[in-house]
Write a protein that binds this ligand. Structure first.
Ligand code: DGL
Length: 269
């Protein structure tokens, strides 16, 4: 599985709980974060090389644990690697439309996700008859990467994002970026009771289990699966975050980008 940074760890948490026997390789492209403001073609090139890297480590299925990379690159990956089962993440517009009682929903995502064809398709299919307010949450991914999950700057940014949505009557908020579940407690504190917050990660994990079984790829044992984490950024940064949020963190291994190719890195020494 991969993400631009620590966001996919919010999916990994559910994966380790629901599919404890599976060996997992997690790749954080922290050398390129944030993906949110980048053009789709660039994200497609990153995603294709990361997929090759994960396949070299004998991955049997790839979870694109990033809404931005899913929006930009999932269709491209499926056509470039037709034999690989891919699972993507997308903003939970459909569950939100089924949940809202006021008919008003707020979507928190990155600019690239909100501007994508994939998101436009989701809206056309599932957002009929409801009103949707969107915000690209500029700077939020960087604050989360820096570990500022409940500081005053993050609180101020989130308040700025959700206050207009709540003022319009939104009663349901969609976490449309895998980084955002890590600020969920702060968000709950800001919005108070009576506002539903939807994270698609548990549903995506259930879908992963289904796809593994469908392809007869599920690991048929009770033994605990292994975890390896890689980053194209500073492994120490990933370690600090992983220790904070994972029950079973592992030491991150460095990988470097050279001429658009990923090679094992030396680390900071
Ligand atoms: N975690 C990613 C997502 O789900 C995006 C973070 C970024 O902008 O790099 O959209």
């Amino acid at each position: 599985m991969f993400d631009s940074g620590v966001g996919g760890l919010s999916v990994l948490i559910h994966l380790r709980r629901q599919l404890p026997a599976e060996d997992v390789v997690y790749f954080a492209d922290q050398g390129h974060i944030p993906y949110g403001p980048r053009p789709a073609e660039e994200i497609q090139a990153f995603a294709a090389e990361i997929t090759r890297f994960l396949l070299r480590l004998r991955s049997k299925l790839v979870i694109v644990a990033c809404n931005t990379a899913t929006a930009a690159a999932l269709d491209y990956l499926r056509s470039a690697f037709p034999d690989v089962p891919f699972i993507g993440m997308e903003p939970a517009v459909k569950p939100a439309a089924l949940t809202t009682r006021s008919g008003k929903v707020g979507v928190l995502a990155t600019p690239s996700t909100l501007n994508s064809h994939r998101y436009a398709g989701l809206m056309a299919r599932y957002a009929t008859g409801i009103e949707v307010f969107e915000d690209p949450c500029t700077g939020l991914v960087q604050l989360i990467e820096a570990g500022a999950l409940d500081g005053p700057e993050t609180r101020a940014l989130l308040t700025r994002v959700v206050a207009p949505m709540l003022a319009e009557g939104a009663d349901t908020l969609v976490l449309g970026c895998t980084h955002y579940p890590f600020i969920r407690p702060l968000l709950e504190d800001i919005v108070g009771d009576g506002i539903a917050i939807i994270d698609p990660a548990p549903a995506v994990t259930r879908h992963t289990r289904f796809v593994l079984q469908q392809h007869q790829l599920a690991t048929p044992t009770d033994q605990a699966g292994t975890l390896r984490c890689f980053t194209s950024g500073d492994p120490r940064q990933l370690d600090v975050f992983a220790r904070r949020v994972l029950d079973d963190p592992c030491a991150a291994e460095p990988v470097e980008w050279h001429n658009n190719r990923l090679i094992a890195g030396q680390g900071p020494g």
